[in-house]
Design a protein. Structure first.
Length: 462
């Protein structure tokens, strides 16, 4: 789109109007957008048209000039309601743009609106009492996942060219997997989480991140390039310069893959997608071996200590006395977390130390295999309300089905999802590409290699 605008083959006004028309037609079915800023989007498009009329050099235009994007409603956009799906934040309006939003605007992007989330982002299904349920464009009886479910549905359905999600336990990667688009969970600190709610601070600064979502890896890479960079208010931020990996450097990266973790089975089509991704890289001359990290169950438990038990403690002052206003799904989540006691000081300490030890062990192995391939999730998109499944003759429960993404939030690895296969029902299945911290560009480059062979995005039938 940016290239067409530069070449004057399509105008920003035409692009925005096309997307607004599509939103008007499809959002009643999807419920992906909770707010559409049509007036400001049109103003921005006309302003972009005026810039083009002044006949600037194409090089003077930003890399996203004229491109219509959407933003997850947990990220601050000045003048927009950023309620994070909760009645407890109803009518909260951001007064300034989050740094990543300011960077997108500076690159020429035009912002269409904000997308739906589960309350406080605490679910893998997008539904809340403020705006209701979001549906998957592949099958309206299924979820697009969570917590970036609205964002994923909007992008897959062509209502947005791309946008921004956030991920503390798979919330970019699982929705991308469920709707057949691409997404990146970056290394903590590569893209500033400043202006996101819940706040990424303390131990959560290394657990939750914001990241780009789009239909192709090239588009995810463009968004990453624009949003990445240090920010003084992000406690995980570091002055890591962008790195362009040569094709020769990428080709030298040894690849390991595993189809399942030995504890939680995955569907046969999910395992086949991982093998297909490995074969796609072999065809291009990569060294690819089967290998699985150890201690994954321990990694999962430590992730749960933080994402489940510690987050519950952090939210208590906000929720106390207002439990009746919570969505049923969030109440169910709180009930599940409450089956275990809150973390005491000793267990908190052991969790943080244990995380660092496990991270160190994995990174030692990743000296040999800098890139890992594995499932993003044990299952494809599920029907609304489902919480367990039979997979390979065994019961798989809700949280464990998502464990394939959760590990890398605890460990801090960058990880991308690229669509590769499909389920018997025709639903998309993605593969997760995991790299070493700060090597996000390598992850995206390898994902692009897979995409080039396996075909990538397919439009949903909506």
């Amino acid at each position: 789109m940016a290239a067409l605008v530069r070449a004057r083959e399509i105008s920003p006004v035409e692009l925005v109007e096309t997307h607004l028309t599509r939103i008007a037609r499809l959002n009643p079915k999807l419920n992906a957008f909770v707010y559409v800023d049509a007036d400001r989007a049109r103003l921005a498009a006309r302003a972009a048209e005026s810039v083009l009329a002044a006949n600037p050099s194409p090089d003077a235009l930003g890399p996203l000039f004229g491109v219509p994007l959407s933003i997850k409603s947990s990220v601050d956009v000045a003048g927009w309601r950023c309620e994070c799906g909760s009645a407890l934040r109803k009518n909260y309006v951001a007064t300034e743009d989050a740094p990543l939003v300011a960077r997108l605007r500076a690159a020429g992007a035009i912002l269409l609106g904000s997308t739906n989330v589960p309350e406080f982002l605490m679910a893998y299904e997008t539904d809340n009492v403020l705006y209701g349920r979001t549906n998957n464009p592949w099958d309206l009886t299924r979820t697009p996942g969570g917590s970036s479910g609205g964002e994923a549905a909007a992008i897959a359905a062509g209502c947005s060219a791309g946008g921004v999600g956030s991920d503390g336990g798979g919330s970019v990667r699982i929705p991308a997997n469920f709707v057949g688009i691409c997404g990146l969970k970056p290394t903590p600190g590569r893209i500033p989480s400043t202006g996101h709610y819940p706040v990424s601070a303390g131990p959560f600064a290394h657990l939750g991140v914001v990241g780009p979502m789009a239909r192709t890896i090239a588009d995810v890479t463009r968004l990453f390039d624009v949003m990445a960079g240090p920010d003084l208010q992000d406690p995980a931020s570091a002055p890591v310069p962008p790195r362009e990996w040569s094709d020769l450097e990428i080709q030298k990266l040894r690849i390991a893959y595993f189809e399942d973790d030995g504890a939680t089975p995955v569907t046969s089509e999910t395992a086949a997608a991982v093998r297909a991704a490995a074969d796609a890289l072999r065809q291009q001359g990569f060294s690819v071996e089967e290998w699985r990290p150890q201690n994954l169950e321990r990694v999962w438990q430590l992730w749960w200590n933080l994402f489940g038990r510690a987050v519950q403690t952090a939210f208590e002052p906000t929720v106390r006395g207002r439990e009746s206003e919570l969505s049923p799904m969030y109440r169910a989540w709180r009930k599940h977390v409450a089956l275990q006691p809150a973390l005491d000081g000793q267990e908190w300490f052991n969790t943080m130390v244990g995380r660092d030890a496990l991270r160190g062990k994995l990174l030692e192995h990743m000296e040999e295999f800098p890139i890992l391939l594995c499932p993003a999730c044990a299952i494809p998109a599920f029907h609304h309300g489902e919480r367990e499944w039979q997979v390979q003759g065994r019961k798989v429960e809700y949280l464990k089905a998502m464990s394939y993404s959760q590990w890398f939030n605890l460990l801090g690895n960058p990880a991308a999802v690229v669509p590769v296969g499909k389920s018997p029902e025709g639903l998309p299945i993605g593969v997760q590409v995991v790299g070493r911290p700060w090597e996000d560009e390598a992850v995206l480059a390898v994902a692009a290699k897979i995409e080039s062979v396996t075909g990538g995005f397919r439009p949903p039938p909506i």
